[in-house]
Design a protein around this ligand. Structure first.
Ligand SMILES: [Zn+2]
Length: 550
């Protein structure tokens, strides 16, 4: 039995035998960290009623028995306490994100977590998270370390262990069989439940992520090495510059260009030569998934992280065709897409630069020195500007003071502290700033066209959308199959100068007529090649937006 000798945590001394100790840890894990799972489980099974009680008790017991079998297997003196501490601390974070942000944990989410950077992590910290960590991570860990385990002798210990593991598993299997007709439809119809059951969700997700990552081939296969500039380039003397603004976390429905009631596009709506596509779906719901997918030739149905990283992508094909390719980054990185072309990390704050705070730089910093860089290039250019955009939950940090136009502002990373009006208003300020940034980029290209005789175009597309509290969900990264439309519907627009359009024989009316057509990230790779009249066997005309309009 567990004996509490004193009642203050600092001087707490407990004694327990390992069988009781692992069972207590299993019960605690099933109850304290799984509120999100239980809420959803009750919801999809019709709610708490006498009829459902046996099923719920069976589910709880199976969870406890499976956890118990695992902890018993590792219940050796040097191992059990460090493992439990690690699990309690990590699961506290998982439980916090599931509970506060409606996050679901799958392999793509784990990739997102593992490949994030320190500043994005710092953005998430707040006192409520610290309290969660203290209560569910630190306190249980202290109790674990303050408990003196009384192990029997080796032979007896092994015998007890084998019996406990055997009995736990037999009981778990027996209960699963007995309630199979309840379990099968529940977990089959509501597959999202598997992403809520912690710590199984993140252990399983980390395992799949690592399997994918380690199985990734080291050699990158060439792609589109046959790419050349097509007939429309013959005898062309003016330099051509195309900028792709890669947005971050911008959802289409908050753009007034897409019918949003608030005027979040005061500048872009006045830009002549802009075509806005209203019906565009992202490839993934997180940067680590969407960015490699949209710059690959694979398309969403064929995409996998390992496939995308084992072959070259759009940036490489443009290099093969003879362009000077540049990637400027104000994000957590290009996720492998820009590895073989020139790339500049502009996300670090620059002292004395008015476009930077102590922590980060606003997206306009991506334009610093860009005209000079374009001028110095002897070749035609394609430039990607990878924004920080609307990255949350600290939306208020993404825009300069001047763009704090909608309110009230939500200035905390704990979004549930704010009203839905405040969250939307703060998010809308980020869209307003993106509107300004993209418009400024177009203005820069216009000036260079006028003064220096370049032909210019710009594409703006976001990597994925964002949930702002709809159905209790916040942020992004939901498993694609269960993701809400807010996380998948992205803005996409194309601007071309008159000289660019006539040079590449693009019919703007035809393009505008396609503006409400169903499109997706699958179109990006092929449309950039089509717009720039690049001949290569890897361009699929069916996915090239410009094909029918040239
Ligand atoms: Zn993103």
């Amino acid at each position: 039995m567990i004996f509490l000798q004193r009642n203050r945590l600092a001087t707490l001394k407990l004694t327990a035998n390992p069988v009781i100790f692992t069972l207590a840890a299993s019960i605690f894990l099933a109850l304290a960290y799984n509120a999100t799972f239980w809420n959803r489980f009750f919801e999809v099974t019709g709610g708490v009623s006498y009829k459902n009680i046996p099923f719920y008790v069976a589910t709880f017991l199976i969870m406890v028995l499976v956890f118990n079998a695992f902890f018993t297997a590792i219940a050796f003196r040097p191992l059990i306490k460090p493992v439990l501490t690690l699990i309690f601390c990590t699961t506290a974070f998982a439980a916090y994100f599931m509970h506060r942000y409606g996050v679901r944990i799958d392999a793509a989410m784990m990739q997102n977590v593992i490949e994030t950077n320190a500043r994005e992590v710092a953005d998430l910290l707040n006192w409520r998270m610290a309290m969660f960590f203290l209560t569910l991570g630190v306190v249980p860990s202290i109790i674990v370390w303050r408990t003196k385990l009384t192990f029997p002798d080796v032979r007896r210990n092994l015998l007890i262990k084998c019996s406990v593991i055997g009995l736990s598993l037999i009981a778990a299997i027996g209960l699963t069989v007995a309630f199979y007709k309840h379990f099968a439809p529940t977990f089959r119809q509501h597959r999202d439940l598997q992403f809520m059951l912690t710590p199984i969700n993140y252990l399983w997700a980390t395992n799949s992520y690592l399997k994918r990552k380690l199985g990734r081939p080291k050699v990158v296969a060439p792609l589109g090495t046959d790419a050349v500039k097509g007939a429309l380039w013959h005898e062309k003397t003016r330099k051509t510059v195309t900028v792709i603004v890669l947005g971050e976390t911008a959802r289409a429905m908050n753009f007034s260009l897409n019918g949003y009631a608030r005027n979040t596009n005061p500048e872009l709506s006045k830009q002549a030569g802009l075509v806005n596509f209203t019906n565009v779906q992202s490839c993934g719901t997180a940067t680590a998934e969407s960015v490699p997918c949209m710059f690959s030739s694979l398309g969403r149905n064929n995409y996998s992280d390992s496939k995308a990283k084992s072959q070259q992508g759009l940036m490489d094909v443009l290099s093969h065709a003879g362009f000077d390719v540049l990637w400027r980054n104000n994000n957590s990185g290009c996720k492998g897409v820009c590895d073989r072309v020139e790339h500049e990390d502009m996300s670090k704050p620059v002292a004395g630069n008015a476009l930077c705070t102590d922590e980060e730089c606003y997206d306009e910093h991506l334009l610093d020195g860009l005209p000079e860089r374009i001028r110095s290039s002897k070749k035609d250019m394609v430039i990607v500007l990878h924004q920080k955009g609307s990255h949350g939950p600290t939306y208020w940090k993404r825009y300069p003071e001047k763009f704090r136009q909608f309110g009230p502002e939500c200035a905390t990373s704990d979004l549930q502290e704010c009203s839905s009006e405040a969250i939307a208003a703060t998010y809308d300020n980020t869209i307003l700033y993106t509107d300004h940034f993209v418009s400024q980029t177009i203005n820069m290209l216009r000036r260079m066209e006028k003064n220096e005789g370049i032909d210019a175009s710009l594409i703006y597309i976001s990597d994925h959308g964002e949930s702002l509290g709809e159905n209790g969900m916040y942020l992004h990264g939901a498993p694609y199959r269960f993701s809400p439309i807010e996380q998948r519907h992205v803005p996409f627009m194309v601007w071309m100068s008159d000289s660019f359009r006539s040079q590449f024989a693009i019919d703007a009316t035809c393009l505008a007529a396609r503006s409400s057509q169903m499109l997706s990230h699958d179109n990006l790779f092929h449309s950039v090649l089509g717009m720039l009249n690049i001949k290569t066997s890897v361009r699929n005309p069916a996915l090239d937006l410009f094909h029918a309009c040239t």
